[in-house]
Design a protein. Structure first.
Length: 414
């Protein structure tokens, strides 16, 4: 028995040694094969480079032989940049945006407090960032602004439902000059010689006529949002006043009746319908500057917004949940061009088969406020203080109402 035990043990040990030896041989063979593959591939690629350096003929030769042989040695696939959108399938998107190049300031409004109880230290920091952004770029993206995205989506759905109504029903709510409240059908408003395709519904105050009977929930969706945008506009007017080294209510006193009688501030719901194919001479919104103090803009994931930077146009891009603020003509007049109005447009994007929604809140001063340079100054970090005052020219000074009506006559001219 003892002898049999030792014999079995010896046989098992010898078998394990043979298996280890065969494993080492396989590893050598596989390692050599991989090395040979690398050497063969590197040599083949060098051969292709030589043939390519030889000119067009070499390039054709490389293409014929290289494609056939390199297919046996597949390279790691390249990553494709995608455009992400929750409301539509992913598409390959190669358009570079200012946001993707980190050329748009992003300002965090968290912890600013309220109009009645502002956090002065935070307000001062926001004021400095906002003033620099508007003076250098004309715009900024606001995050943690306090307006839930679900409210914006509810407004988008309400406008979609309104646009699906028969044309004769929509006509009952059309804008009637000089009042800016109501529905603006495609082609009624023009900023360029091109045909502009968009549906618009302007809301100039709470309690105005809205299509609640035809679209249940339209009023609740709109009224809540107008109050939220008004509160955000008030916070920014406070910050701008501090940035201009004035009392916090310096600009608030000029915008005392936002969304009330005697003030033209407007919340605008916009819908740009999709196109089956690109159409020559058709755009979404022509190039223009906004007429008021500043504008707050929320948009869905669909792009198309461009701003003018020097002699070229640049795509802005989309930051989910953020609200864009851009300067208007009156802020440029008041600051003697130190905060110039931003010229912008909305083009039909490459993926034209999708629609676009946006909400613009145009902040205007009270109707009787004169439009002339303010006796103030702008201080930008690391820059000299710049006075905003102009020598008064011998011309009549327009009020905010007169300025706006003149612009409306240009925009809605037949």
């Amino acid at each position: 028995m003892v002898f049999f035990f030792f014999c079995c043990r010896s046989r098992c040990g010898a078998q394990r040694k043979r298996e280890r030896g065969r494993g080492r041989e396989r590893e050598k063979v596989e390692s050599g094969s991989r090395s040979a593959t690398r050497v063969h591939r590197q040599g083949f690629e060098r051969q292709i480079e030589k043939e390519t350096d030889g000119g067009a003929a070499g390039e054709e030769g490389a293409n014929r032989r290289g494609k056939r042989n390199l297919d046996r040695f597949p390279r790691r696939p390249r990553l494709v940049r995608m455009s992400y959108c929750t409301s539509a399938p992913m598409v390959t998107h190669t358009c570079e945006t200012l946001l993707s190049k980190c050329e748009i300031p992003i300002i965090d409004l968290a912890h600013m407090g309220t109009e009645r109880c502002p956090q002065k230290g935070v307000v001062k920091q926001v004021a400095s960032k906002l003033l620099r952004a508007l003076s250098e770029k004309g715009l900024a993206l606001l995050v943690n602004h306090g307006i839930p995205e679900c409210k914006m989506k509810a407004a988008y759905r309400a406008l979609d439902a309104f646009c699906e109504l028969p044309e004769e029903t929509r006509a009952k709510y059309e804008r009637v000059s000089p009042d800016n409240h109501g529905y603006v059908k495609p082609g009624m408003e023009k900023f360029s010689d091109e045909m502009e395709l968009r549906h618009t519904f302007n809301v100039t105050g709470c309690g105005r006529i809205l299509p609640e009977d035809e679209v249940h929930g339209f009023r609740s969706a709109v009224d809540e949002l107008t109050r939220d945008f008004k509160q955000l506009a008030t916070m920014l007017l406070n910050a701008l006043s501090v940035g201009l080294e004035q009392s916090h209510d310096f600009l608030l006193s000029k915008h005392a009746h936002i969304l009330g009688p005697g003030n033209a501030s407007t919340m605008r719901l916009l819908y740009y319908p999709p196109l089956g194919a690109p159409v020559q001479g058709l755009t979404r919104c022509g190039a223009h500057c906004d007429y008021g103090t500043f504008t707050l803009l929320a948009q869905d994931c669909e792009g198309g917004l461009e701003i003018q930077t020097g002699e070229r146009w640049a795509r802005v891009g989309h930051l989910p949940g953020a609200i864009l603020v851009n300067t208007g003509e009156l802020l440029g007049h008041w600051t003697n061009g130190q905060l110039p109005a931003l010229r912008h447009r909305v083009v039909v994007p490459e993926h034209c088969g999708r629609g676009r929604h946006s909400i613009a809140f145009f902040v205007h001063p009270d109707d009787d406020i004169p439009i002339e340079p303010l006796d103030t100054k702008i201080t930008i970090a690391n820059q000299e203080t710049t006075p905003c005052r102009l020598q008064k020219k011998k011309r009549s000074v327009l009020t905010a109402y007169q300025h706006l009506q003149r612009r409306f006559r240009e925009t809605y001219a037949s």
